[in-house]
Design a protein around this ligand. Structure first.
Ligand code: ADP
Ligand code: MG
Length: 245
């Protein structure tokens, strides 16, 4: 038996298959036929492969944290209901390339909710990419000259769901506004966007700098879009933790 196991280990390594603990694979399974044994073994290989792919997909998505729906206090943030989030979490809107926008002041849970949707999309097998607008602009600007940016852009281009966080924090130059417009325009009809912004749409002109580009961008973004205009106090400020207590 030990000889057989040693041989399986060596063959697996030769074939570059992941090491599988074959003894535990068959424990409790009495009278397994040779065909069933192969079936069990191949099923385990497939499970490991899928796990690895899911792990890589999740890491590539670049979520800064994992956030859950359960840890969100809907009593504190009343601009959106748990039912609305649960509805969004069926993720069917990704199939229709719908967008979701969370707008409102800092600290009210916009990024938290965007991360809940991103995590759920990953659970369901979608390709996801998370970036702040600042990162996205850097990537778009340097994709031709930086391998790292090119790789990040590949992840974004392959994603069914792209989160663009912190839109409106920094004023954009003319070139940057154009890049953002092209990005949203290219995404329309084929990629879902989740956008968080500390500015209402009527204020986007302030950081975009150009009326025509802003109108054209919003036109494409809002065409198929669920918009949450959120208000309320900053959760961070209300639940501020100090060192001394
Ligand atoms: P925003 O993106 O609107 O600035 P965040 O989503 O980053 O705000 O929220 C700031 C912090 O407060 C995060 O740690 C987030 O998890 C937490 N938070 C915000 N709103 C809530 C809420 N209603 N319930 C629980 N945690 C919240
Ligand atoms: Mg945020």
């Amino acid at each position: 038996m030990n000889k057989a196991i040693a041989s399986i280990e060596s063959l697996s390594s030769e074939l570059r298959l992941p090491p599988i603990d074959v003894t535990s694979l068959y424990t409790g399974k009495t009278s397994v036929t040779p065909l069933q044994a192969v079936d069990i073994y191949l099923s385990e290989l497939l499970r490991l492969k899928t796990d690895k792919q899911n792990f890589i997909r999740r890491r590539r998505a670049g979520l800064p944290f994992e956030k859950t729906l359960d840890s969100f206090d809907f009593g504190f943030q009343r601009s959106i209901t748990k039912e609305q989030m649960l509805k969004l979490m069926d993720m069917t809107w990704i199939e229709q390339s719908y967008n979701v926008c969370f707008l409102g002041p800092p600290g009210i849970g916009k990024t938290h909710l965007a991360l809940v949707l991103a995590g759920k999309a990953l659970d369901l097998g979608y390709h996801v990419a998370f970036n702040t607008l600042d990162d996205l602009i850097k990537i778009l600007k340097t994709a031709d000259i930086s391998k790292l940016s090119r790789r990040k852009l590949n992840v974004i281009e392959a994603a069914s769901l792209v989160i663009v966080d912190e839109v409106g924090f920094m004023p954009l130059s003319g070139d940057e506004a154009n890049l953002f417009f092209s990005f949203v325009s290219n995404a329309a009809e084929k990629t879902s966007l989740v956008i968080t912004s500390n500015k209402g749409f009527d204020e986007w002109i302030d950081f975009m700098g150009d009326v025509t580009i802003t109108t054209a961008l919003l036109d494409r973004l809002i065409h198929h879009c669920e918009i949450f205009n959120m208000t309320g106090d900053s959760y961070r400020l209300k639940h501020r933790k100090t060192i001394i207590g």
